[in-house]
Design a protein around this ligand. Structure first.
Ligand SMILES: Cc1cc2nc3c(=O)[nH]c(=O)nc-3n(C[C@H](O)[C@H](O)[C@H](O)COP(=O)(O)OP(=O)(O)OC[C@H]3O[C@@H](n4cnc5c(N)ncnc54)[C@H](O)[C@@H]3O)c2cc1C
Length: 541
């Protein structure tokens, strides 16, 4: 079946929904999402959204903190624009109905949290359910809009691209340069549909599932990055994977994050003997940037041979802890840990991708009519390391700008070169009876990425990872064309692709900067490496 729309939005997190809401009055919108609509990283965000509202804060300070965290690779004009747009975009969320927490005194001013790397209190939050509060309001608004169709359990397989150069009779050794929509698998029926769109937006989130331990939900398999790369778009800075220092360590707790805000409110990291160790690593101690804290924990664990360290906030007023962190408190309690009296066991886990599909200041990729917003994009805001709570902000600001630009682009289009799209070719027709191959490869990739391309890297480990991924990629390619596609197979193909790109990017960067740390080159090298790592799929004519 073929759907014809003006805007195809892939993903229902903060980026995709915000974009969709802003373009809906200008054209028909299809939003596809691979699980239930609320199953997004956005929905799990606890800490909040960084923006300048505080009496002692200023745009200059937020810009400065962001640049400092990005270790020389942030694009200053992008940082400036995002920081300055922040308050307006957050006000818009409040106008739409998001109830952010107010201060304890008058309940009038926004209650602003402090997080690692920020010099001021500037984290706008809704208790510790910020993402959920935002996601709920956005979904309610989408549900009440008549110009939008929401397709749940629809997973995008690949982008449909077209060559305008060939059309003009110019034969060049180059990629196709215009996007016409996407092939999308309806997972409940197994049918692949053609979504023909004048504008396509990747809002597919991050890729934490490439790693064995991650704070991300299962949807985070880097699909947008992999689809864009396969289509010939540029991707950048994929070596900069942020590891959140403090994921709950418990055999039954899957992906549960202990927010940065717990350290912001006085939580202290201690080892198994109860010794606070962050002062050995950074003058900012527990409020050092995430990469510093993650590496410190990694070092402590390797040194002690223990499985985890502990986050201790037992010295704080118990009522305050329960009120400030209701979600984290309840979750820990469900595992028998009362954080008002017990230190919480924690480990680092893959949390955020600073790199992604390379876009300009309006969220445009280098393929015409293809946009990327949110975590799947690389805008230049984060550089080599994201400042805490800047990602929801980036998603909001870029979804707004991309929507404005996309509406202009739509208005300027005359005719449609994308008509008569070929239907999906199912190729392999038999059902797979080898599901074990998929799960085995999936497990193997995640494990070797954790061991070889994790918090601390080395040339030898990267080389090992490269050999492993090459073998697995070959196996996946054979398997992919032989059998009917399933969502598991699509995701496996994508995590393998993103793993390969992370390994490639990390191998290219011969220095340590921000989130990328290679023991062979422990220093930052501004002479040669003050630049992005940009990759494009080689052209096969
Ligand atoms: C536990 C946790 C806590 C966090 N806390 C904070 C915080 O406090 N502050 C902050 O700024 N950031 C935080 N982050 C990061 C932030 O939440 C994310 O970067 C942000 O929500 C990403 O939004 P997004 O719209 O780009 O993607 P997401 O919200 O992840 O949404 C991605 C969407 O794309 C869909 N999708 C993916 N692939 C496909 C496909 N092939 N076909 C169809 N649909 C697809 C998914 O189903 C989903 O709907 C946190 C992240 C996590 C995991």
């Amino acid at each position: 079946m073929q759907y014809d729309v003006d805007f195809l939005v892939i993903g229902t997190g903060i980026a995709g929904l915000t974009f969709a809401l802003k373009v809906a009055e200008f054209g028909r919108v299809a939003i596809v999402t691979k699980k239930e609509a609320a199953e997004t990283s956005t929905n799990y965000a606890q800490g909040g959204i960084a923006s300048v509202f505080g009496r002692y804060d200023s745009f200059e300070l937020h810009v400065r903190d962001t640049l400092e965290s990005g270790s020389g690779l942030c694009k200053p004009d992008v940082v400036d624009m995002v920081v300055k747009d922040g308050p307006v975009r957050i006000q818009e969320l409040m106008d739409w109905g998001v109830a952010f927490s107010r201060d304890h005194a008058g309940k009038l001013e926004l209650d602003l949290g402090l997080e690692g790397g920020h010099s001021q209190k500037r984290i706008v939050h809704a208790g510790d359910f910020t993402g959920q509060a935002v996601e709920r309001v956005l979904l309610e608004r989408v549900g009440s809009h008549s110009n939008m169709g929401l397709f749940e359990d629809y997973i995008a397989v690949d982008l449909i691209t077209y060559s305008t150069r060939m059309k003009r009779g110019v034969v060049t050794a180059a990629h196709e340069d215009l996007c016409c929509g996407a092939y999308v698998l309806a997972t409940k029926t197994g049918e692949v549909h053609t979504f023909h769109a004048r504008i396509t937006v990747l809002a597919t989130g991050g890729a934490g599932k490439v790693y064995l331990y991650t704070s991300n939900p299962d949807i985070a398999t880097g699909d947008g990055m992999a689809m864009a790369y396969r289509a010939g778009a540029l991707v950048a800075n994929l070596e900069f994977v942020q590891f959140h220092p403090t994921c709950l360590y418990h055999p039954e707790a899957k992906n549960f994050l202990i927010s940065e805000a717990v350290r912001g409110e006085g939580g202290v990291l201690i080892d198994y003997r109860g010794r606070a160790f962050m002062e050995d690593y950074d003058p900012k101690k527990d409020l050092a940037c995430r990469d510093v804290v993650a590496r410190a924990i990694d070092h402590e664990l390797k040194k002690s041979g223990q499985d985890c360290v502990f986050l201790d906030i037992t010295h704080q007023e118990h009522d305050f802890v329960r009120e400030r962190f209701p979600n984290i408190y309840q979750k820990c309690l469900s595992f028998g840990i009362d954080m008002t009296s017990d230190p919480v066991p924690v480990v680092p886990a893959a949390h955020y991708m600073c790199g992604g599909v390379l876009v300009d200041m309006d969220g445009k990729t280098d393929i015409e009519r293809l946009y990327a917003v949110g975590e799947t994009a690389c805008t230049g805001l984060h550089g080599a390391n994201r400042l805490a709570s800047n990602s929801l902000l980036e998603a909001l600001v870029y979804a707004h700008r991309a929507a404005q630009q996309a509406v202009k682009d739509l208005g300027a289009m005359n005719g449609d070169v994308c008509r008569d799209l070929p239907p999906w070719d199912p190729m392999g027709t038999s059902d797979s009876d080898e599901a074990i191959v998929v799960s085995h490869n999936w497990e193997e990739i995640r494990r070797f990425m954790w061991n070889y391309v994790g918090v601390v890297r080395s040339n030898k480990r990267l080389l090992r990872a490269r050999h492993r991924i090459e073998t697995i990629q070959k196996e996946i390619r054979e398997y992919y064309w032989d059998f009917k596609i399933t969502s598991d197979l699509i995701e496996l193909r994508n995590i393998a692709m993103v793993a390969e790109l992370i390994v490639q990017s990390a191998s290219l960067r011969k220095e340590s900067r921000g989130l990328h740390y290679n023991i062979r080159y422990p220093q930052r090298d501004d002479k040669f490496w003050l630049k992005d790592t940009i990759l494009r799929r080689p052209f096969v004519g």
